[in-house]
Structure formats: structure tokens, C-alpha cells
Design a protein around this ligand. Structure first.
Ligand code: NAG
Length: 409
């Protein structure tokens, strides 16, 4: 009898557990369990109006404090969100996957931003940001306040997504639209992989660079689509081992190395591969730009640009060592950024200006070892009888294969 009662008791408990478990399964879209942390169960509301800043930070804190493989879930819906910092280290976390299906909508109140960033990820190892979600910077109201394109001293508006001091990061299948300033910035990151990233802003939006990277090593950005009002991808100072592959770019200012040589103690840029890209309707195709009167010496070395299609690009291939975006710059000292070992291979398509290849190197430190192999760029600018040409300063490039325009010498 005792035994029977006991077994009845046990099975009842098991049954209760089973029911409880089933009830949980039904609510799984909202709830947090085990290593899954859902922003909805931290009070987030996907109504596009409620301020979700605290709920997101609470969910992050819980996820970051867990152990092993952890998931932070943002279900479909639109979440209004103020500036947030998702900061580590997350001591016991092996990978933290932010599974983002929803759209995050930035505050348009510039007074709310204590620094130049909306969503920041920092001091993390093993972050995976994925899920098809969108970061909407709601930049249109802020763009008129951006004075940076015209004046040297200016307040920087917030970047949509910034990664600082991260290791082993994967960003896969994320969209960024209408950032107030840059869309994505990488600073001091090591081993960063970006794939299937979509970035969209109007052609006339100021400084909405797609992806800006500075002082990183081991970065690959692949199979991504970027159309903005500024550079698609800009590779700033101090980067090494960077691969850009399968990028569709335009509108905007193209793929840039630089600008470099503006500030003191900038790091060198080396080991860059840009390949299998299509650049459409942009001001520049592939560009290296450095300022004159550089306060320090630095170098740009070992870069390959290959298999790139230019479609109606104004300056398809351009090295510009007299870069000056303002009305006037100090030009008293030529650029001290040393450029060497740069290869342009299989670059073809159309140019809307006659000078399709411009190699304007520093007279202080002429470019060394510039190679052009199979370049074919036709003029489509609308002037009758005009063909593309090359212009060179302080450089003797080596040419092989097909050359349209004709080489400089
Ligand atoms: C040049 O860059 C490529 C690609 O990043 C790299 O594999 C190669 O080792 C580099 N060469 C030198 C001499 O550093």
C-alpha cells in the first residue's frame, strides 16, 4: 500500500512537471529559459513606441552573466531603443548569439546620446549577431545637423552599430538603414567576419559610410550590399589582413582606403584584398586617399584589387595623395603616407569621367611598385568622341595585359 501510494505520488509529480513543461513550450516565443534570454520577458514591447532601453540592457546583463552557449532573442516586431552599450567581458560565455529578427528603431533626440554611438558591442569574445533583423537609425532628422563634410571642427553624430575591442565576431544577415553617421564601425577588433550585410541610406545623406574600420586585424566582409551617401567601406588607419569579397556597392563614394595621414601616430595599413565586387553609380570605384601636411609618417602596403566591375563610376581607379574635402587644406608639405605594392587586376566596366585611372602620388614619397594588369574602362560620360585616359604623378606603374585607358607613359 505504501509502495502504491508512493508510486502514485511520484507519477502525479512527474505529470505536473510534464504539464508545466508543455505550458512553457507554448510560451517559448516570449519566455526566457535555460540559456535563452528573450527581451520580451525582460519587459520589452515591440510596439515601436515604448522605450526599450532598460529591458534590452537587463536582458543583455542576464545573457552575459550566463555560461556556455547563450542566446539573446529579439523576436519580430519594432522596438524603440535609446543608446545602449552591450559590454563584456562575459566571463563564462563561450558564444553569445544575438538572434535578432526584429527592427530596432533609434531615438531621434540627439540630446539622449552621451557619445557618438547608438548600439555598441564591446570587450567581447565570441559574439554572433544574426537573425535578419534591422537597425534603423532614423537619421533623416539628424542629417541637417551634421557639419562634418564642410568644417574641420564638428560634432560627430551617433554611429548605428559600433564594435570595440571584440575578438572572434560573426555578423551574418543584418540590415542597417539610415544611420545618423556611419552605419557600422569596427575599432580594435580581431578576427571579425561580416556576411550578408545590407546597408541602405540615400545617396545625399552625409557621412553615412557603410562600414568604417580602424585598427583591426583579420577582418572579412563578404556577400554584402551597401548603398549610402558616403564610402561603402572605408579602411582607416592601423588595419591589417582585411578581405572584402562579393560586395555590391552603390550609390555612394565607393571602396576607400583612407583617408589617411590626417592625425598624429596613425598606424600602417597592410595586407588588403578587395575582389569580386560590383561598384555601381558611385563617385569613386577603388580609392586610396591621403592628406597633405601629415603630422606623422605611415605606410600603405600590399593591396590587391581584383575582378571588379565598374558600372558608370566617376573615378574608377584613383590614388589621391592630395586629398582635401574642404574648401582649403594646408598643402605646404606633401603627404608623408608611403604607398607601395598595390595591384589592380581585371578591373573592367565604364567611367563617367574621362580620367578613368588617376594615380596622383606624393612628391615627397612617390608610390612604389604599382601594378596594373588587365584594365578595361570605357567612357560613358556623354561627350562625343571622348575616350578614357590615365593621369599619373610621382609614380611609374608597371603595366601588363590589356590596358584601356592607355598607360601614362
Ligand atoms: C600580402 O597580403 C596577402 C593577403 O592578405 C597575404 O596573404 C600575404 O602574406 C601578404 N604579403 C606580405 C609580404 O606580407
Amino acid at each position: 500500500m505504501k509502495k502504491l501510494l508512493m508510486s502514485f505520488f511520484l507519477s502525479t509529480i512527474l505529470c505536473l512537471f510534464f504539464i508545466a513543461d508543455n505550458a512553457n513550450a507554448g510560451r517559448v516565443a516570449r519566455s526566457s529559459s535555460g540559456n535563452n534570454f528573450n527581451v520580451l520577458s525582460f519587459g520589452a514591447k515591440a510596439d515601436g513606441r515604448t522605450d526599450n532601453t532598460k529591458a534590452f540592457l537587463d536582458a543583455w546583463r542576464a545573457a552575459c552573466g550566463a555560461a556556455g552557449s547563450v542566446k539573446l532573442i529579439v523576436p519580430p516586431g519594432t522596438y524603440f531603443l535609446g543608446p545602449v552599450r552591450f559590454i563584456g567581458p562575459c566571463k563564462n560565455v563561450k558564444t553569445l548569439t544575438m538572434q535578432m529578427q526584429g527592427t530596432l528603431k533609434a531615438s531621434t533626440d540627439l540630446k539622449r546620446y552621451p557619445s557618438d554611438v547608438w548600439v555598441q558591442f564591446g570587450w567581447l569574445d565570441g559574439l554572433i549577431l544574426t537573425g535578419g533583423g534591422t537597425f534603423d537609425g532614423q537619421g533623416a532628422l539628424a542629417w541637417p545637423f551634421n557639419k562634418c563634410p564642410k568644417q574641420k571642427k564638428c560634432k560627430l553624430l551617433p554611429i548605428n552599430i559600433k564594435f570595440v575591442n571584440t575578438k572572434n565576431t560573426v555578423v551574418n544577415g543584418i540590415t542597417s538603414v539610415n544611420s545618423k553617421f556611419f552605419h557600422i564601425a569596427l575599432l580594435h577588433c580581431h578576427n571579425f567576419q561580416g556576411r550578408n550585410i545590407k546597408i541602405i541610406a540615400p545617396a545625399n545623406s552625409p557621412n553615412t559610410d557603410g562600414i568604417h574600420i580602424e585598427r583591426n586585424s583579420g577582418v572579412s566582409i563578404t556577400q554584402s550590399n551597401i548603398g549610402t551617401g558616403d564610402d561603402c567601406i572605408s579602411i582607416g588607419q592601423g588595419n591589417s589582413d582585411v578581405t572584402l569579397q562579393g560586395i555590391k556597392c552603390g550609390p555612394g563614394h565607393g571602396i576607400s582606403v583612407g583617408s589617411l595621414g590626417r592625425y598624429k601616430n596613425e598606424g600602417d595599413v597592410r595586407n588588403l584584398v578587395v575582389k569580386d565586387c560590383t561598384i555601381r553609380g558611385t563617385d569613386n570605384g577603388v580609392r586610396i586617399k591621403t592628406w597633405e601636411n601629415s603630422p606623422s609618417v605611415s605606410s600603405v602596403a600590399n593591396m590587391t584589387f581584383e575582378n571588379i566591375v565598374m558600372d558608370r563610376v566617376a573615378n574608377p581607379i584613383i590614388i589621391d595623395q592630395t586629398y582635401c574635402p574642404f574648401a582649403k587644406c594646408d598643402t605646404s608639405v606633401p603627404s608623408r603616407v608611403r604607398i607601395s605594392d598595390i595591384t589592380f587586376r581585371n578591373i573592367r566596366g565604364t567611367s563617367t569621367s574621362p580620367v578613368a585611372v588617376l594615380l596622383d602620388c606624393s612628391k615627397g614619397v612617390p608610390c612604389k611598385n604599382i601594378r596594373m594588369h588587365d584594365v578595361h574602362l570605357n567612357y560613358v560620360g556623354g561627350l562625343a568622341g571622348v575616350q578614357t585616359t590615365s593621369t599619373c604623378q610621382n609614380v611609374r606603374a608597371a603595366y601588363s595585359g590589356k590596358q584601356v585607358p592607355k598607360p601614362c607613359h
